[in-house]
Design a protein around this ligand. Sequence first.
Ligand SMILES: NC(=O)CC[C@H](N)C(=O)O
Length: 218
Amino acid sequence: MKSAVLVFPGSNCDRDMAVALETVTGQKPHMVWHGDSALPDDLDIITIPGGFSYGDYLRSGAMASRANIIGSVVQAAEKGVKILGVCNGFQILTEIGLLPGALMRNENIEFICKDVALSVGQNRSVFTSGYAKDETITIPVAHHDGNYFADDDCLNDLEDRDQIAFRYTDNVNGSVRNIAGILNERGNVLGMMPHPERAIDSKHGGSDGLRLFESLLG
Ligand SMILES: NC(=O)CC[C@H](N)C(=O)O
């Protein structure tokens, strides 16, 4: 499986993502610099890692969404290539418009860094097939802008189309309807605030993130 990790100034989870991808695929991912305009050919998955791209200036993810490489990412998404955005990657995906809604400042205005329990909203996607629906898993979060918002019409559509991938069992950041991660309508783009790449080995304190990466192998 051919994979890539986008790297922006301020990304800080790109190496963790690379390790997770190599662990499950046996192949090193391509590390793609934000200033490039082309992606490697025939990618199966593009990941947008966590961090503080461009220092989170303007809004988290806003500047990264205008980077050179993004045009190719949008084209790949339209072709059906799998795109996984974690934390800052989720923020970037909403800023690009590949996923609906926005990530606002956490309700308590604090940076939250801890393990959280998630309920698996659906297991019919290429990202979630390794889980059972409604299973509770533990994955760490580390963010100040994780408070997901979308209007009621959008939220009802997300629910009706089974696009809610993960929900917090205890709402840590104020997200509407406890949303921690969503899919696009086609199911090839996932954005999530928790970090599955930080939970792929029991030595990390948990390995519930591993099945997300294994799901990608089909
Ligand atoms: N770990 C991360 O990706 C941090 C995301 C983001 N910049 C925030 O703090 O909200």
